[in-house]
Write a protein that binds this ligand. Structure first.
Ligand code: SF4
Length: 429
């Protein structure tokens, strides 16, 4: 009988890519991929620790797996929690293997050996940040391409450099081969993924050089840059968006609209530099979509500093803001600051930013009415209607039609729905 494996992923796009790659390993070895609440032989929880909420959700998923599992099931806990909460995990008797990020790409061989009666300690697995199989069987439509891992910035609030390690870039040849094979498999949208991709540097080849090479590959696909730090932008990178293969969207991490807070966070840019980047892009590409992350309630954040953030996010015209309440992470500099902000103030500030974000989302979406988008269909809804995203990363619904999934369609936007996403309706052109 076929063995069954269930996955749960918490956190960032990089984690999602890494899970997708593991899904491929198990699928190709003949496993059935089942839902996380089903009975399975193997449960794999790919954890996140970036905030308290990430910890909580990861532990909740572990408990869920324990409840769903049978006597012979294996529970593998992988990812960032494996380092940040090592002791807690090791003290639990219900986890079979704890695998940190460096060994995560070899989870399949660990499980395979287990079922063959050979018990390997995870630390003996191959240590290679880029040791991931090409994603053939994915839990997502967009194909993430891992180009980089780790970070050297050590922002004072961030635990990521501790759990992902120092910055390291994947060889350009490997990245290009990965994109090429992914296109051959029929994937239409490649999302360049890493912890701090703007610092990509492999043997002197920088991020904009890599993007240039990817864009010259043949095939019917588009590239999305996704989440990026506002540093190291070049004129060459700006000009690359003239190529319709490169989606006009960046998730440009802001974190705060106050220079003083940015300094305390040890971010590497000023608000003037950040806004200058946005202005440059909008001057060349008026409808360019910027989304961002904002942290509210960083230690010592005054009301005036918070109001600076409110002002800057409005000026920037983000179409989406991922708002985080500052979360203390043990081992970071900000955790040791004494002027921590109360949860109540953080919640109030978070609510304010979310309200501003919703208004801006609507404003941004309105600009698309009557305009064309290239829709990549992700799925057909059971009650009719094809859903997907346009090149600007705006959600689009073609009502009353079933369309080929993972195909491009030229559409014209007709309106905005009153749903949480403010999805746009459109008709085929
Ligand atoms: S740039 Fe800062 S916030 Fe981003 S991963 Fe690196 S240390 Fe963390």
């Amino acid at each position: 009988m076929k063995k069954r494996v269930a996955f749960r992923t918490l956190g960032c796009r990089l984690n999602q890519f890494e899970t997708d790659s593991l899904v491929t390993d198990f699928y190709n070895a003949g496993y059935d991929i089942v839902s996380f609440s089903d009975k399975a032989d193997v449960y794999i929880v790919n954890t996140c620790t970036v905030t308290n909420q990430g910890d909580r959700k990861s532990k909740h998923a572990i408990n869920q797996a324990v409840r769903a599992s049978g006597d012979d099931s294996i529970l593998v806990v992988a990812g960032c929690l494996a380092l940040s909460q090592k002791e807690y995990l090791e003290n639990r008797k219900d986890i079979t293997y704890i695998v940190d990020n460096k060994n995560k790409g070899s989870v399949f061989s660990l499980v395979d050996s287990h079922f063959k009666g050979e018990l390997i300690h995870p630390s003996a697995l191959k240590q290679d940040t880029f040791n991931y199989s090409l994603v053939e069987k994915s839990l997502h439509t967009r194909s993430a391409i891992k180009i980089q891992d780790g970070c050297d910035n050590f922002c004072t609030f961030c635990i990521v450099p501790k759990v992902r390690g120092r910055a390291i870039s994947r060889s350009a040849d490997d990245v290009l081969e990965n994109v090429h094979k992914s296109v051959e498999l029929g994937n239409k949208e490649m999302v360049l993924t890493g912890v701090n991709i703007s610092r990509y540097d492999f043997d002197g080849l920088k991020f904009d050089d890599l993007v240039e090479k990817i864009l010259t590959l043949p095939g019917d696909f588009r590239v999305r840059v996704s989440s990026i730090e506002p540093e190291g932008f070049t004129d060459k990178f700006l000009a690359q968006f003239e190529n319709p293969k490169l989606c006009p969207h960046l998730h440009l991490c802001l974190q705060s609209g106050s220079d003083k807070v940015l300094m305390r966070m040890r971010r590497t840019y000023s608000i003037a530099q950040y806004m200058n980047t946005i202005d440059q892009f909008r001057k060349h590409y008026p409808g360019f979509n910027f989304t961002t992350d904002v942290i509210v309630g960083f230690p010592g954040e005054t009301e005036d500093e918070f109001l600076d953030t409110c002002k800057v996010v409005q000026e920037a015209g983000f179409s989406h803001i991922h708002t985080f309440k500052y979360s203390r992470r043990s081992g970071t500099l900000a955790d040791r600051l004494t002027d921590q902000i109360s949860e109540q103030v953080k919640s109030n500030r978070s609510k304010t930013i979310r309200e501003i974000a919703d208004t801006m989302k609507l404003e941004y979406r309105k600009k698309f009415i009557g305009k064309e988008q290239i829709l990549l269909v992700e799925r057909n809804k059971s009650k009719g209607g094809a859903r997907g995203y346009g090149e600007h990363y705006v959600p689009i619904l073609i009502q009353g039609k079933q369309l080929q999934e993972n195909e491009f369609y030229k559409v014209r936007v007709t309106g905005i729905l009153d749903d949480k996403e403010r999805s746009m309706t459109a008709v085929l052109q």
